[in-house]
Design a protein around this ligand. Structure first.
Ligand SMILES: Cc1cc2nc3c(=O)[nH]c(=O)nc-3n(C[C@H](O)[C@H](O)[C@H](O)COP(=O)(O)OP(=O)(O)OC[C@H]3O[C@@H](n4cnc5c(N)ncnc54)[C@H](O)[C@@H]3O)c2cc1C
Length: 321
């Protein structure tokens, strides 16, 4: 690990008011790995872990605000999350291990970096690590890589489980920075790689995630299902967060987000539109499952993900009704 300057921020204002480049440190479960491997070489690490951003609070509209420093384990165990947002509790509990979830935070989970082996391998070409370098995963071992939303510059997937649930729920990310406060829908927070795979989110230099807001979702059933190579402690090959509300024999609301298949949590808008207003039956579920993977493009080793994702969506919809 290279030498770096360490600053412990005493307040949010101090953290975002520092001059020059900063890399924020929350739980450290991703950042320290990346620094140890020298994939990331920050000049200055700003420790935000003691800032008062760890509360989970009710919002006046019936939603819930998750502080950026709320631990993944704490959020998953929160009674309001379990009752009102079971899809999120399940997604969190499907991630990592109990020890890691005790340390990992909401903000860190949102901003965790890909697990692509070529990103971690300093001897490999990776445009996410070294802009313009190309992508060895394109013709390499790409079983775990993207089938949707990728580009010729990068085929890495976003590894988070939590973010897939947040995408389905339509959460909002609250930010503060040198330019003031702003809010961004989680669906717009992560970017597709295009020609600039190193630019992964809309976060500006020095900006800090302060919280994530969940909108109210009364009466809506939802779940998160994850398919992986072993039953626990593994990243998703494919995962799905699905919300479904049936009223008077028709689907009133459907939300579907996929994980493990794209460089960002992937909202299946076309599938949602097909489902809206339809009777909840096998025929429409099968159609929606196909629509969820429309436009998917396999690499050498990951065509199975397309069929797997479609089956997962169909099965999850069936189970929810
Ligand atoms: C062995 C292992 C297995 C794992 N398995 C899974 C899994 O199955 N599913 C899954 O979803 N995740 C998994 N993870 C990833 C884990 O969820 C992340 O490492 C964790 O969520 C990161 O949170 P953190 O608080 O430790 O972030 P840190 O490591 O502190 O930070 C991560 C990044 O976020 C930035 N950051 C952190 N907080 C903020 C903020 N408030 N504002 C702006 N920037 C910020 C940091 O600068 C850094 O770039 C695994 C990790 C490990 C090590």
């Amino acid at each position: 690990m290279r030498e770096f300057a360490y600053v412990r921020a005493a307040s949010v204002a101090e953290a975002v008011g520092l001059e020059g480049p900063v890399t924020y440190l929350a739980g450290g479960t991703n950042l320290f790995d990346l620094m140890r491997e020298e994939v990331e070489r920050p000049e200055r690490v700003v420790d935000i872990s003691r800032l008062p951003l760890s509360a989970v609070e009710d919002l006046p509209d019936g939603g819930l605000r998750l502080g950026a420093l709320a631990r993944n384990a704490h959020v998953a165990a929160d009674d309001r999350v379990r009752r009102r947002y079971p899809v999120l509790a399940r997604a969190l509990l499907n991630g990592a291990s109990p020890q890691l979830r005790n340390r990992a935070t909401v903000g860190g989970n949102l901003l965790q970096r890909t697990r692509c082996r070529y990103f971690y391998d300093l001897g490999a070409a990776c445009g996410k690590r070294s802009p313009g370098a190309g992508c060895d995963a394109l013709d390499g071992l790409n079983r775990g890589h993207a089938v949707l939303g990728a580009s010729g510059s990068c085929v890495a997937v976003h590894p988070s489980d939590m973010c897939v649930a947040l995408a389905a729920l339509g959460a909002t990310v609250n930010l503060t920075g040198p330019g003031g406060d702003r809010s961004v829908p989680v669906a717009d927070f992560h970017l597709l790689p295009g020609e600039t795979p190193d630019v992964e989110t809309v976060l500006r230099a020095g900006e800090l995630v302060t919280s994530v807001d969940l909108p109210p979702w009364p009466h809506v059933r939802g779940t998160y299902v994850k398919v992986r190579d072993r039953a626990s402690y593994a990243f998703a090959l494919v995962s799905a967060a699905v919300l479904l509300h049936v009223e008077n024999g028709r689907i009133a609301t459907a939300r579907i987000a996929l994980g493990g298949v794209a460089p960002k949590p992937w909202r299946a808008y076309a599938a949602e539109e097909l489902l809206a207003g339809a009777p909840p039956d096998e025929r429409i579920f099968a159609e929606a499952a196909r629509a969820a993977v429309a436009g998917a493009r396999p690499l050498g080793h990951n065509a199975f993900k397309i069929e797997l994702a479609a089956r997962l969506v169909r099965r999850t919809l069936v189970e929810l009704v």
